[in-house]
Design a protein around this ligand. Structure first.
Ligand code: ZN
Length: 188
């Protein structure tokens, strides 16, 4: 028969910042290796603030800083895709700079030129998957209407950009009906 030792020895492996699901914000965590037999070895990540313990998989959730960086990257790539669809539509660069510079950090002409050269559908899809993992449906709708704002000329979405916007909505995981209603509301 095995003897169970109830000492409370646990050794701390590392500390860092993670997204605490219980509190919904970034917190410091402590990753420990429990040496206590009988204690669930899977819950090794402890939030230093609320003391809730999580399985190690919690560390794969992006922190809010990472989410915001992923959102920036997606918006930039999506904007480049919309601008490409608009081809040489006059004013589209200015509109993109105006719409995105408020929300996306360090965004200007040089970044836009770079995105136009490097954006491709695969990259857009990869980046959409990352943001779709943490955005709510309302958040996805807001992202899509930001992209649509880049293509609105005289209160109408440029028909050339329509296909791209519909694809953006679909890659974010919105249904065709949701996409339609978001785009419809954009021009009201
Ligand atoms: Zn917490």
């Amino acid at each position: 028969m095995r003897t169970v030792s109830w000492n409370t020895t646990s050794c701390e492996l590392t500390e860092g910042v993670f997204f605490c699901p219980d509190e919904g914000v970034d917190r410091r965590y402590r990753l420990t290796l429990d040496l206590v037999e009988g204690v669930d070895p899977d819950n090794r990540v402890e939030c230093i603030s609320c003391r809730v313990r999580y399985a190690v998989g919690v560390l794969s959730l992006p922190t809010t800083d990472q989410m915001s960086a992923q959102l920036d990257r997606f918006l930039r790539t999506a904007a480049a895709a919309v601008l490409r669809a608009l081809e040489a539509q006059p004013g589209s660069w200015e509109r993109a700079l105006q719409v995105l510079s408020g929300g996306v950090s360090r965004y200007g002409r040089a970044e836009l030129a770079h995105d136009l050269q490097t954006c491709d559908p695969d990259r857009l899809e990869r980046e959409a998957d990352l943001v779709a993992a943490f955005l709510t449906d309302a958040g996805k709708g807001a992202v899509l209407s930001t992209c649509a704002a880049l293509a609105i000329v005289d209160c109408v979405i440029e028909p050339r950009a329509m296909r791209t916007l519909e694809r953006l909505g679909a890659t974010l995981g919105l249904s065709p009906e949701e996409v339609f209603s978001v785009l419809d509301r954009c021009t009201e």
